[in-house]
Design a protein around this ligand. Structure first.
Ligand SMILES: Cc1cc2nc3c(=O)[nH]c(=O)nc-3n(C[C@H](O)[C@H](O)[C@H](O)COP(=O)(O)OP(=O)(O)OC[C@H]3O[C@@H](n4cnc5c(N)ncnc54)[C@H](O)[C@@H]3O)c2cc1C
Length: 533
């Protein structure tokens, strides 16, 4: 059976998707008989709302065809059709013996998918996670939101599922890797909605993600993996630059290879690894604030008179504004979502965003961040972390030192004022636990200025974006890892033959899907070297 994809089928958004299947079939009939076309499925759907009077969905349809004749590529392209070869994950197995089971630190997307691939091939990994399982983590997050008591190991950054568990669960990625489809298919098997297989901007939502993570745990355990929650990796012993044992809060574990899928917030672990002379370099990252609008108004700005039509998804945007070597841009937009209190260190305030699958909250939120370059903090990995930490402590102080977040209306921020209380847009951070403050006191002056210019520019792109009653909350400091742990082409850390740094914390991913794919690549490298004992 051959696979073909018919692309660029553009239809007014109200047209049924069956029309896309008919158009694809008609196109394929130019090359093949009806009998040889066996299945037609929508494999991608994206929204084109650039013209508000002609909002369309653009479809790709994948067909299985039993006719094996080669059709010239030029002819196929003229019909917007391509032939695809499906590349399965095909591990190659090495010869080296493992004296002990592989240890994966971190139960976020990277660690989960690395462990899954290893477990599927019989390597029976041990997984260590400093935070709790889903129920314990939910309880800790609730306590923080309700009583402002922060658990430094169990919070929005740490615990089962990693940083993305309390998120919008957006799965969009810029990496172009066929392993992304393995990730999506696995997530669907574990309970994610099937639409993520074809939507151009797939998302799961925190409500469904929690089930997916719990099912991932069950699958791993059924495959022979052992998962230890509330177990922090704290150190290791090495001989000839090879790790032999690791120390954890649960005692020592024998170790013949160590995967570090730590995420970007494991600052204490980074410090320990720096002392052990793993090679860290600083990286550019971004800092800024969360902005909140009414979702209805974002929908109006994007869809005009069609706003509110249930056939259209909740409005989503991605905006950017460039000035020389820096930019202001929006990311991690959460339609119908809420701003999350994402601190993991005492004495710091951090914002981020999440939504449920239905995205049915009143507010839309997104990060609006500006570029921070290594030259802003002395081009040193420790300073990069300290730069983020300083902002978080400043946000804590501005918020009143009780984990309330500093907030400001856009009108005040752009108008040089401070203290106007929110009206139309009610801040959702900790159900409104914010203190009005001036973001100019929070951010470095160059960053605040670029943020101002960016917001004005975005107001020209989406009417109402810079409305005076929109609300800013800060600080958005954990946008990506500020450091990279250097590794070779075989994925081992520079200087250590059996440590595998991977995922977002090591500086090799920027979101759920790319972190998962990096974890899969890491597992493939491990299997290529070691045999399954
Ligand atoms: C609120 C929020 C919303 C987000 N929304 C999205 C989104 O919609 N889409 C998207 O693509 N990305 C989103 N992100 C980013 C995304 O979550 C991360 O890119 C992704 O989780 C990175 O995966 P990872 O496995 O590399 O690291 P993480 O998910 O951070 O996982 C690392 C894990 O390692 C554990 N760990 C750390 N140190 C130790 C130690 N010493 N011992 C034991 N365990 C340890 C941590 O507890 C953590 O669970 C969001 C992040 C947050 C915080």
């Amino acid at each position: 059976m051959q696979k073909y994809i018919v692309n660029n089928i553009k239809l007014p958004y109200r047209t049924s998707k069956d029309a896309a299947l008919s158009i694809a079939e008609k196109s394929l009939l130019k090359f093949f008989s009806k009998n040889s076309i066996h299945s037609l499925v929508i494999s991608k759907r994206s929204l084109d709302a650039r013209k508000k009077d002609n909002i369309c969905f653009v479809y790709s349809v994948t067909a299985e065809v039993s006719d094996t004749r080669e059709i010239p590529e030029k002819k196929l392209l003229a019909a917007s059709t391509v032939k695809v070869s499906e590349e399965a994950l095909a591990p190659v197995f090495g010869e080296e013996n493992m004296a002990a089971r592989p240890v994966v630190v971190g139960f976020g997307p990277c660690g989960m998918f690395c462990a899954l691939l290893l477990a599927e091939h019989g390597y029976r990994p041990i997984v260590l996670e400093r935070g709790g399982d889903i129920p314990a983590r939910e309880a800790a997050v609730e306590k923080f939101l309700n009583e402002q008591v922060l658990d430094e190991n169990n919070n929005i950054q740490f615990g089962a599922g990693g940083a993305g568990t309390f998120s919008d669960g957006k799965l969009v990625t810029r990496i172009n890797d066929k392993k992304c489809s393995y990730v999506l298919k696995t997530l669907v098997e574990l309970g994610a909605p099937a639409q993520i297989l074809y939507e151009a901007k797939p998302h799961i939502g925190t409500d469904i993600l929690k089930t997916v993570v719990a099912n991932m745990r069950a699958r791993l355990e059924a495959l022979g993996a052992e998962i230890y929650f509330n177990t922090k990796f704290t150190g290791f012993a090495a001989s000839a630059r090879t790790v032999t044992k690791i120390q954890t809060t649960r005692g020592e574990f024998e170790c013949s290879l160590l995967v570090l899928a730590l995420g970007h917030s494991a600052r204490d672990t980074f410090e320990m690894l720096m002392e052990k002379e793993l090679s860290f370099v600083p990286k550019a990252f971004s800092v800024g604030v969360r902005i909140e609008h009414l979702q209805d108004e974002i929908d109006k700005g994007l869809y005009g008179e069609h706003a509110g039509d249930p056939l259209l998804p909740k409005g989503e945007y991605n905006l950017s504004h460039r000035e020389g070597e820096r930019g202001a841009y929006t990311f991690c937009m959460c339609p119908g979502g809420q701003v999350m209190a994402a601190a993991s260190e005492e004495g710091g305030v951090v914002t981020n965003g999440m939504s449920h699958y239905a995205r049915d909250g009143k507010n839309a939120n997104a990060a609006v961040a500006v570029s921070i370059l290594p030259t802003d903090f002395g081009e040193n990995a420790k300073n990069a972390i300290e730069f983020q930490r300083t902002l978080e402590r400043r946000a804590f102080a501005l918020g009143g030192k009780n984990y309330f977040a500093p907030a400001q209306t856009v009108g005040d921020f752009l108008g040089g004022a401070c203290g106007t209380l929110p009206t139309k847009v009610e801040p959702t951070y900790m159900n409104g636990k914010v203190k009005m403050a001036d973001m100019h006191e929070l951010l470095p002056p160059f960053a605040a200025k670029l943020l101002e210019n960016g917001l004005r520019d975005f107001g020209r792109k989406i009417p109402g974006y810079d409305a005076p009653y929109a609300v800013l909350t800060g600080v958005e400091s954990r946008t990506s890892s500020p450091v990279r742990i250097m590794r070779g082409s075989d994925y081992t850390a520079v200087g250590y033959g059996n440590i595998y740094p991977c995922g977002e914390g090591a500086g090799y991913a920027g979101g759920i899907t790319s972190a998962a794919v990096d974890g899969i690549n890491c597992a493939l490298h491990i299997m290529e070297k070691y045999k399954c004992n």
